[in-house]
Each structure stands twice: as C-alpha cells, then as structure tokens.
Design a protein around this ligand. Structure first.
Ligand code: PLP
Length: 392
C-alpha cells in the first residue's frame, strides 16, 4: 500500500537539498563529473580533543551509564560548559533553568513550534532563510508570515515591515545572524531593536546563532542575550555543528528565556530521550576548549573565502568579503535576468558545478546564488574555473 502523507507533511515545500541531491545523482548517472558546492557541511574532521573525549567516554568501564538514554544519563558537564562558554564569550550569565542541550539546532528548531504553537497560530520568518523555521510552524499546525530580507537593507530584518495585526497575533519571530544564506551580520543595536519588538508585541524572539563562531578579520558576532533583559523575550539556538566541525554529532543548546527553555524541554522529554552521554561529554570538551579549537577552523574558511571572492571579483563580480558564515552569497551574472534557478541549471549542465539558487530560500533570495566553502581548496578552484567559463 501507499500511505497517504499527512496534510502537514504534504503542505511542505520540497526539501531544497533533497531536490538538489536528485539532480546531482541524475547528472552523475548521465556521466557528468559533478562538483557540488551546494551543501554547508564541514569537510575538515572534528578536532582531536573532541574525538579523544568521545572515545574515552564511550569506553569508560567505570561509567555504568555510558550506554543509557542521554536524558537519564545526562552529563552535567555539557550545560555547565554551555554556561561557561556564554560567560567567557559574551559575558552572559545563564541560570540553571536557562539552558537545554539539544540534538543540534535543526532538531530543536523543528520542535520549538510544537512547544509553543497551536493550530491557527502565526510565526514570523525571514526570507531568504533557513527552511526549518517554517517547517516548525507547519508541524505545529501553525502558519508562517514571511518578511523579505533585501540587499538594500543589508539583509537585516526590518521590524516595521510586520503589519500591526500580525505582530499582535504572532507567537514567535525567527532571526539568524550571521545569516545563512546571505552572510549578513547584525549589530548589538539590531538585537536591542529585536528584543524591544518582542517585548512590545509579546512575541518570543528566537535567534538562530548557528554561525556566531565562523567569523573573520577580527569580527565577533554578538549574542542577543547580551541585550540587558533580553532573556525576558528571547532564546538563542547555538550549535556546535559549524563552529567545531561537528555536524554529524548532533550537539547544540537553546538558552535564554526560562519558560521557552522549559517548553522545549517538555517536547524533547516526550520525543527524543537525549543524546549519547559520550557525545554530551565530548561536546562539553569542545566548548571548554573553544578558544584553542575555533581559530584554526576559521583560518581555513577565511582562506577559501578569499580564494572564491578574489576569483569571482577578477571575473566580473564585485562582492564584499563576508565577515562571517561558511558561504559566499553572490548575484547571478548578467544574461540570466536574475533567474537563479536558470543559472544553477546552466552551471550543472554546462560545467557540472552545483550551486544553490537563492530562489530556493524564498522569493527575495531570487537574483542570488550561494556557494558553500566546505570543500577543499583545489575543488573550489576547479569549480570556479569551470563556472567562469560558463558565464562568459
Ligand atoms: C546548519 C544550520 C543549522 C543547524 O545545524 P545543526 O547541525 O542542526 O545544529 C541551523 N540554522 C542554520 C541557519 C544553519 O545553517
């Protein structure tokens, strides 16, 4: 039998990267030597101290709980490491009830809707943006109100674009700076505005901070929780995935507003049973050693960022070097009328190179495409050579 998809699942837009994966597979099957620059999944391995701690913990004969459900064998080291990291990194003091460790941010984002939204509720999402914010709403039976980010506003969310009736009804507003896919960064003043907006309209501000540690040229990304009193209205989703080359480990945390942290914890208690104790201990180790582990990771992306931007700029583009993220967000070259899907299709067909069309992240992403820097330098070089051949 063919099961019928639930209405909630059926109503989701096709998963952006699933579509991309299918196209790549088809091209490869047709004999094309495909280079993909599409997906943001670090190629460098997880740093040694983290791997060593995982191995030690998973093999620790003196720990009778090391195989058990992560929620029952919770390692207090992990939330303690989160608190210490937030204190060292941002001067933010988190209470015991203000931290929940998660199985990465995507999982936590998806569960957040279920925690605080009911059918008929509205959440506000930025576009272009990470697709999971909308998915979180849809799985809760709620809907999304989209606000377009635009280059002329430096891709910063404009709170004045939210109509009063939406602002008064909305339960949650998602922000993400440093931003995927646009590479935009936000100042602490921006987060002050965000917190004020949340307070004025009784909306939970959910800040996705997945790239706060992937920064270059001395830039340090702020936390929304640095805004005094922000924890009355805001939570921050921090992830070890991009900061520590730990995407597969599924480790992150949600911090800030205690009632939102509690609500999310309740959903988690009912669904996931937590992550392996050894992973929790290794994640704690990563955070404890952040100051030593992160700079060499950033060096790699900075080198690749310079390679990609310098090459594109020598060939007709004029892109500013992003201060953060592991992406380059660039305008579609002349001749495609700004149609990012057409450009991406052409690149795959004529050059065997996969980039992500901006349209896939929402209407206002149209006209741009995204390159991920999570590929070796020689692969990036080869791909750029081929790309430049196509648009001339
Ligand atoms: C990668 C990413 C995440 C999620 O990462 P996890 O591996 O699930 O922690 C969240 N938000 C954005 C914007 C991302 O790009």
């Amino acid at each position: 039998m063919d099961v019928k998809l639930s209405e909630r699942l059926a109503q989701l837009p096709p998963y952006l990267f699933a579509d991309l994966r299918r196209k790549i597979a088809a091209a490869r099957a047709a004999g094309v030597d495909v280079i993909t620059l599409g997906i943001g999944d670090p190629d460098y391995p997880t740093p040694d101290p983290v791997i060593e701690e995982l191995c030690r913990a998973v093999d620790d004969q003196g720990d009778p709980n090391r195989h058990r459900y992560g929620c029952d064998a919770a390692a207090p080291e992990f939330p303690a490491a989160v608190r210490s990291f937030y204190k060292r990194r941002w001067g933010v003091q988190l209470g015991d009830d203000q931290v929940v460790c998660t199985m990465g941010s995507k999982d936590a984002i998806a569960k957040m809707g279920m925690a605080i939204m009911d059918p008929g509720d509205v959440g506000i999402i930025p576009e272009p943006g990470y697709p999971t914010y909308n998915i979180s709403h849809v799985f809760a039976g709620a809907t999304s109100y989209r606000v377009g980010l635009r280059p002329e506003k430096d891709w910063l969310f404009d709170f004045d674009e939210v109509p009063a009736e939406v602002a008064d009804k909305a339960r949650i507003l998602w922000l993400n700076y440093p931003n995927n896919p646009t590479c935009a960064t936000a100042s602490l003043e921006f987060f002050e505005k965000a917190a004020a907006f949340g307070r004025a309209h009784n909306i939970l501000i959910a800040h996705d901070s997945a790239y706060s540690e992937n920064t270059y040229d001395g830039y340090k990304a702020p936390s929304i929780l640095q805004v005094p009193g922000a924890d009355e209205v805001a939570v921050e989703f921090f992830s070890l995935s991009k900061a520590f080359n730990m995407t597969g480990w599924r480790a992150g945390c949600v911090v800030g507003n205690a009632s939102a942290v509690r609500a999310l914890s309740l959903v988690k208690d009912n669904i996931d049973n937590g992550t392996l104790r050894a992973v929790q201990l290794a994640a704690a180790k990563a955070l404890d050693r952040a100051e030593e582990i992160i700079p060499p990771i950033c060096e790699v992306y900075k080198r690749r960022r310079d390679l990609v931007v310098d090459t594109l700029n020598a060939n007709g583009w004029s892109i500013e070097k992003p201060k953060s993220t592991i992406y380059i967000w660039a305008p579609v070259p002349d001749g495609y009328e700004g149609k990012s899907g057409d450009y991406a299709a052409d690149l795959l067909e004529k050059a065997g190179v996969v980039v992500t069309p901006g349209r896939g992240y929402g209407e206002t992403g149209e006209g741009f495409f995204r390159i991920s820097l999570t590929y070796p330098d020689n692969v990036l070089k080869e791909a750029l050579d081929r790309m430049i051949g196509v648009c001339k």
